[in-house]
Structure formats: structure tokens, C-alpha cells
Design a binder for this molecule. Structure first.
Ligand SMILES: Cc1ncc(COP(=O)(O)O)c(C=O)c1O
Ligand SMILES: N[C@@H](CCOP(=O)(O)O)C(=O)O
Length: 429
């Protein structure tokens, strides 16, 4: 499969090249040249298939032949070696738990998939690759874990100082080896801008091969479409109309769900559930896209003021506002509402959500005020990653899973960076 740049000023290129570049030379995000719906029989028989069979069938058109079929099957199997259970909250709402991977965040799938793709391409590529990643909390840890020890790959993680949870910070600053954490004096959008600027810096790119492990990279972004298929497999026999409420920040996850829909997955509607960072909510009202600096919230991984993937969402809807509006609703919720939702989910449904999942739950409820469907909100991270907030709200101690215990007592190692020049100097060193 070939990919084109959404800025339309760069040449189309192969999957391998798009993965290794991350961003197109004209600064555009790559997008597949075509999305061919799967045969309807795939969805009719989805309950008989394993997760790896579903994932392989769903993603192969985007990747073959540059990664051979047998290698891609192995990549998919190794990536998906944990569960993705759907848990019923009430008659109208369920949650898809995406936190059973090594760093207990949904980013694990994309990070593991991309690390293996890059590992495969690196067998024939003698140059080291530097993976830059901006994180508002979870991508950093997942990428650090997924890329740890991968030959020929150095990972540099940029995170906003003081704006990620303690556990998230431990996950991205304690692994060492080929992973370095840069602690940026700024917000997530500053980190993301620094990464994008580095790709355009000829002095850097003439000396090193840079790529990104954010969802701007197609190998990080596309595997997220699996989640929506796994949900359908589990709910198909119980519910006719399924809608998804996706806690959204950079909008990569919900956008991948829309790719699954293009592949033929029956989805009634998408709900982008946001915290106070409401750029898309405002766009859906005003049709004016007005990115603004991100504000800090208790669902910190969604503190994004200029979501990278919104342009892909528009492309998927032929850049037509009415088409988009018929498929997407977007709501914003405050921290106070999020805390009340955490408590309600716990008290009324005996389920402990994390702040991001709680925003998703609120989006589901809001949509159901005027619509009929079974809404699945994505539980995008384990509640113990936000221990202070969750325990404070539900007034209960939450047991720590082994993945979290493993990092708690490790020592943080980071390098301070206050400007793009600091990043550049670090990379050139
Ligand atoms: C826990 C959690 N929830 C939600 C999001 C938002 O996902 P996306 O950026 O794909 O919209 C993120 C970060 O991306 C996250 O880490
Ligand atoms: N929410 C992310 C920020 C970046 O999202 P990505 O999907 O583009 O990597 C995080 O937790 O770091």
C-alpha cells in the first residue's frame, strides 16, 4: 500500500518509507491511498475468529507486501498477547478495557506493533534510527517499553514537566538503555511542535534518520483500529446498534475507529469525549478550527490543544462537514464532572474507572440523552496510573497491579529541555 501526504505537496510513498519518515517531507501526515472494505462475511463470522486473525485480516491491506505475510502474522501475534475485555456497566453502556498491556495504557498495541515493524525494516537498514516522541502521559511509557533494547533504534521522549502523573513519569524515565527522557518546560503541544520542527530541520535530518512514534506515524496509528473490531466481536450477538465514546486528545484512537468503520465495521456513531481541551467540540459547533494552548486537567493524557489527527478525520469524511457531523458528536467535560462520574461509576456500577474513561462515560451518557444505541466507552488506561485522583474521589485504596509496582520505586532520570535548541543540541551531541 502506498501513502500520500495530507498536505499534498510531497510524493506518495511506500509503507516502509512512511514508517521510517514518520511525517512527510511537506510536514503532512501520511494517509493510505485507498481503504478497501472487507468482505461482509468477515463481520458475519467475526465471533469465530481469534483476535490475531481479526487484526491480521484488518491491517494486511495497509502493509503487505513490504512486510511479508508470515512476518506480519508474527508481528500481530506478538503485539496482541493480552486481553481486551468488554465489561457491561449497565443495559446501555459498556466499557472496553484497553489497559491489560505492559504499561496499562491503550498505547501499548501501537507502540509494540510499530517497534516490530521498525525492527523488521532495520534488518536491511544499516543506519540507526532516532525515534522522537511527544507525550502527555501514556505514549511515552508505552513507546519506552515497546522499543526497549530494539537494535539500531534510539528513543527520545519529550514530556511536559509536572504535567504527567507520577506513575506515568516513572514509566518513561526509568528504563535507561536506548531510551532518554527530555523534561520540557511547557505543555504537550510544545513537545509535539518540537518534534515536528525537528523533522523539518535539514541540519538534523542530514545527519540522522528521525522518525516519530506518535500517532502521526501510520504504524503507531493504524493498529488502534483493532480495538473497535474486538468490541464488535464481543457485542455482536447482544446489541444491534453500537456507538463508541472515545476519550480523545490527539484524536488518533477515534480516527483509527473510523478506519475500522470504512473497512465495513458496523458503527452507529462516534462520540469524541473531551476534557476542557475543546478545540474539536468548538469546531463541531462553529466549523472553525481554532487550536489553542492546552490546559491542564485530571485526564492529563488528553491535554491537547491542537489534535494532530483531526485532519485525518476530515479526510475520512471527504472534508465535508455534514458527513462528519452525521458520524461524530463531540462533548467537553470539566474536572468536577469527571470526578463526579468516577464516583457515580464506582457507587452505582461497582466499577473503578480512570479519569479518561470517566470522560468517555460522560460522553456516552450525554449521547444517550437523545439517541438510542449501546455505547461502549474506551477505558484507555488503568485507574492506578492516576492513583491520587482516583483514590481521593472514591475514598478507597486501589490495589496496585504488578506492572505498576514494578516501576514505583525506580529512580527517575531525565534531562531538562526548555526550547527547541535544547532538543537539537541533545540530538547533535
Ligand atoms: C489514557 C488516555 N486516554 C485518552 C487518550 C487520548 O487518545 P488520542 O490521543 O488517541 O485521542 C490518551 C492519549 O493519547 C491517553 O493516554
Ligand atoms: N495522549 C498522548 C499524547 C499523544 O498521542 P499520540 O497518540 O499521538 O501519541 C500521550 O498520552 O502521550
Amino acid at each position: 500500500m502506498n501513502y500520500y501526504s495530507l498536505n499534498k505537496k510531497a510524493a506518495n510513498t511506500t509503507f516502509a518509507d512512511a514508517v521510517v519518515r514518520g511525517l512527510a517531507p511537506d510536514k503532512g501526515l501520511y494517509f493510505p491511498e485507498s481503504i478497501t472494505p472487507l468482505d461482509p462475511s468477515f463481520f458475519e463470522t467475526i465471533e469465530d475468529k481469534s483476535n490475531t486473525e481479526i487484526a491480521f485480516e484488518a491491517i494486511k491491506q495497509f502493509i503487505l507486501p513490504e512486510i511479508p505475510e508470515d512476518v506480519l502474522k508474527t508481528i500481530v501475534e506478538e503485539t496482541l498477547n493480552f486481553d481486551f475485555p468488554v465489561v457491561e456497566i449497565n443495559e446501555h453502556i459498556s466499557t472496553l478495557e484497553l489497559f491489560h498491556g505492559p504499561t496499562m495504557a491503550f498505547k501499548d498495541v501501537g507502540a509494540r506493533f510499530m517497534a516490530r515493524c521498525l525492527g523488521y525494516f532495520n534488518k536491511t537498514n544499516t543506519n540507526d534510527v532516532t525515534v522522537l516522541v511527544a507525550t502527555s502521559g501514556d505514549t511515552g511509557g508505552a513507546v519506552a517499553n515497546g522499543f526497549l533494547g530494539v537494535n539500531g533504534v534510539n528513543v527520545v521522549i519529550l514530556y511536559p514537566s509536572g504535567k504527567v502523573s507520577d506513575i506515568q513519569e516513572k514509566q518513561l524515565t526509568t528504563l535507561g538503555q536506548n531510551i532518554t527522557a527530555l523534561e520540557v518546560d511547557g505543555v504537550f503541544d510544545d513537545c509535539q511542535d518540537m518534534v515536528k520542527r525537528a523533522f523539518m530541520d535539514k541540519e538534523l535530518t542530514s545527519k540522522m534518520q528521525l522518525t516519530s512514534a506518535n500517532s502521526i506515524n501510520i504504524a503507531r496509528w493504524l493498529p488502534q483500529l483493532f480495538y473497535f473490531m474486538f468490541t464488535y466481536k464481543q457485542l455482536k450477538s447482544k446489541h444491534k446498534d453500537i456507538a463508541f465514546s472515545v476519550p480523545s486528545g490527539n484524536f488518533g484512537n477515534i480516527c483509527a475507529g473510523m478506519v475500522a468503520q470504512k473497512l465495513g465495521l458496523p458503527v452507529k456513531h462516534f462520540i469524541a469525549s473531551n476534557n476542557a481541551n475543546d478545540t474539536v467540540v468548538n469546531y463541531m459547533i462553529s466549523q472553525t478550527y481554532n487550536p489553542k494552548p492546552s490546559v491542564q486537567t485530571i485526564s492529563n493524557a488528553m491535554d491537547v490543544g491542537n489534535p494532530s489527527n483531526f485532519i485525518r478525520i476530515q479526510e475520512l469524511h471527504n472534508n465535508d462537514f455534514d458527513t462528519l457531523k452525521s458520524n461524530l458528536s463531540s462533548y467537553s467535560f470539566s474536572d468536577e464532572e469527571t470526578k463526579a462520574a468516577l464516583l457515580e461509576i464506582y457507587k452505582e456500577h461497582n466499577y473503578i474507572a480512570d479519569p479518561h474513561g470517566a470522560v468517555g462515560y460522560l460522553g456516552a451518557k450525554k449521547y444517550l440523552e437523545n439517541n438510542d444505541a449501546h455505547v461502549v466507552f474506551l477505558e484507555t488506561a488503568h485507574p492506578t496510573k492516576f492513583l491520587d485522583v482516583v483514590e481521593d474521589v472514591i475514598e478507597k485504596t486501589v490495589p496496585l497491579p504488578s506492572q505498576i509496582k514494578a516501576v514505583m520505586d525506580k529512580e527517575k532520570v531525565s534531562i531538562k529541555a526548555s526550547s527547541y535548541e535544547d532538543l537539537k543540541a541533545f540530538l547533535l551531541k
